[in-house]
Design a binder for this molecule. Structure first.
Ligand code: FES
Length: 124
């Protein structure tokens, strides 16, 4: 599946236009979701996933303190260097791989257009 989704969820919130990029999220069942993401709303990937009702908890609200937004970078998209806070959190998280990132620390910008991320398994 590779369809744009979520049009019925937040029609008033997102005014899609020239500032939008595509973010592909592969969920825990292996299904690809191509999401339109606005670059002018100061959002991050965790918030984007939640706005499309994808199963990302984001328990700490994006403070790099819970790792419930962990995902794996599967494209060759260049991301800014990880902060110490992100590295510290991933140090304590489960299912961490070399390409692990915290979704809440990936900001929706033009530079990440086309990024592909796979959701990490849920922690109990
Ligand atoms: S939402 Fe808690 S670390 Fe990302």
């Amino acid at each position: 599946m590779n369809n744009f989704e979520g049009w019925n969820l937040f029609p008033a919130l997102f005014c899609f236009g020239d500032m939008d990029i595509t973010v592909t999220i592969i969920d825990r069942e292996g299904i690809e979701h191509s999401l339109l993401a606005p670059t002018d709303m100061n959002m991050n990937v965790m918030e984007l996933c939640r706005s499309y009702d994808l199963p990302v908890k984001g328990e700490c609200g994006g403070m790099a303190m819970c790792a419930t937004c962990q995902c794996y970078l599967e494209s060759d998209t260049e991301l800014p260097e990880q902060s110490d806070a992100e590295l510290d959190m991933l140090d304590q998280a489960f299912f961490v791989k070399a390409n692990s990132r915290l979704g809440c620390q990936i900001h929706i910008t033009e530079e990440i257009d086309g990024i592909v991320l796979r959701l990490a398994p849920e922690m109990d």
